[in-house]
Ligand binder design. Structure first.
Ligand SMILES: [Zn+2]
Ligand SMILES: [Zn+2]
Ligand SMILES: [Zn+2]
Length: 270
């Protein structure tokens, strides 16, 4: 794992790693919200995956534009949405810049049907093949089945379902064809089924929802995420979507080998 590998097949950019409130939280003077450690500053969760010249953006947080500038993201071929909670879709208007880069071609957006329905309600002006006017956004919806294997020029994306309160979240397993490198992304979930663990088996990297120490009705706690990480057994697992209860350096030290907390701006090459 890391930059010393002799080839680059997949680069994962952690654009944001925080829960829906972000960290620091508005009007909070706790130790973590007032911390000087940049790893304790978390924008809302999303991931950018580069494979050669191809780029997949997973979720579009309210800070998407700022994340793109901070992490030098200027090219997106496909958008995949895990679910339609605001912290994962509220930045989509900012895709207008990427539509410009495509010379007016809409950006393909892959999601479950109910997520696409929500996107049509939120952005009625943008669900179309080409922008209404130059500079406007355009999203081309692609309906994804619960359990599917999607073929892309870079390899395959397998999907599964993760429970998240009243929502079903899309779990994602990327396999890059030229190297066989495998990356599993399971955000926003209360648990990971045996079937989803099996799908993640042999991943080079796994990312799991790990909200905080205290249990939560719709997210895995850090302890629950560690149990899933150990059962999948990847060489490296990162937790994501943390609250302001989680001090990066303190909690990261307590985690078992091969499990770490992510932080905004982390880049992992496989
Ligand atoms: Zn706080
Ligand atoms: Zn959510
Ligand atoms: Zn979320």
């Amino acid at each position: 794992m890391g930059n010393e590998l002799p080839f680059l097949s997949m680069e994962i950019v952690f654009m944001g790693t925080g829960t829906s409130h972000g960290v620091p939280m508005i009007g909070c003077d706790c130790n973590i919200c007032t911390s000087d450690n940049p790893k304790n500053r978390r924008t809302r969760t999303s991931i950018h995956v580069r494979m050669g010249n191809h780029a997949v953006q997973v979720d579009i947080s309210p800070e998407f534009r700022l994340q793109c500038i901070a992490h030098e993201v200027d090219h997106i071929d496909w958008v995949v949405l895990t679910h339609a909670h605001a912290d994962h879709v509220a930045g989509m208007d900012d895709l207008r810049r990427f539509v410009d880069f495509r010379e007016g071609g809409g950006v393909p957006v892959y999601a479950f049907d109910e997520v696409l329905e929500r996107i049509r309600l939120m952005y009625p002006y943008a669900v179309r093949d080409r922008p209404e006017f130059r500079g406007y956004p355009a999203f081309i919806p692609h309906s994804v089945d619960r359990h599917s294997t999607l073929e892309f020029p870079w390899g395959t994306l397998e999907t599964t379902v993760l429970p998240h309160g009243r929502f079903e979240v899309m779990g994602l397993v990327f396999t890059e064809a030229s190297s066989g490198k495998k990356f599993t992304y399971y955000t926003d979930c209360k648990s990971v089924s045996e079937e989803a663990r099996e799908l993640a088996r042999d991943s080079d990297l796994v990312v799991l929802d790990g909200l905080r120490h205290d249990p939560h009705p719709t997210h895995m706690s850090i302890e629950e995420a560690v149990e899933v990480a150990n059962s999948i057994g990847a060489p490296q697992t990162y937790l994501i979507h943390m609250t302001h209860h989680v001090d990066h350096d303190e909690v990261d030290l307590q985690l078992p080998d091969r499990v770490n907390l992510s932080f905004d701006g982390l880049k992992v090459r496989l």
